[in-house]
Design a protein around this ligand. Structure first.
Ligand code: GTP
Ligand code: MG
Length: 145
């Protein structure tokens, strides 16, 4: 999910390009201002931490771009593309390493496991919004396609 700082800074296209160029396949995407209720569920693991309420308030402040990217090891690959939570410790070449400086404005959220991804996809998307499609270029990206 591209966070409000990514949207406000006009980085949506650049961030999406990183995932496309890597070879992950876009399955769903939308543009919305999330509710407090949705964000409380989304960030449930951080409930009680000092940054929880400011984080929810911040993400609620602007439109965000939730997306579903599919592919072998998609969660692991996406986390690598995104980089470390703190952009100052994130190497060049990563989204956060190249385009952000501080943790609160780290541009993008990525699911941290397949279980989290399944839970989060369910929170943000209806089943019918997930587009199953064949990508012609996959035979040049995937071993088995
Ligand atoms: P996400 O992909 O956004 O979940 O980031 P992450 O998995 O790298 O980090 P984590 O799940 O630990 O934290 C979720 C988000 O909370 C981070 O991306 C930050 O935006 C915010 N956050 C985490 N730790 C801190 C902190 O110590 N201070 C502040 N201000 N924000 C934090
Ligand atoms: Mg996280």
């Amino acid at each position: 999910m591209i966070k409000p700082d990514g949207v406000q800074r006009g980085l949506v296209g650049k961030i999406i390009a990183r995932f496309e160029e890597k070879g992950l396949k876009l399955e769903a995407l939308k543009f919305l201002r999330p509710s407090e209720c949705l964000l409380h569920q989304h960030y449930a693991e951080h409930q009680g931490k000092s940054f929880f309420e400011p984080l929810v308030k911040y993400i609620q402040s602007g439109p965000v771009v939730p997306m579903v990217w599919q592919g072998p090891d998609a969660v692991k690959i996406a986390r690598t593309l995104i980089g470390s939570t703190n952009p100052s410790q994130s190497p060049p070449g990563t989204i956060r390493g190249d385009m952000a400086v501080q943790t609160q404005k780290n541009l993008i959220h990525g699911s941290d496991s397949v279980t989290s991804a399944e839970r989060e996809i369910d929170l943000w998307f209806d089943n019918k919004e997930l587009i199953g499609w064949d990508r012609d270029g996959d035979k040049w990206v995937l071993e088995s396609a």
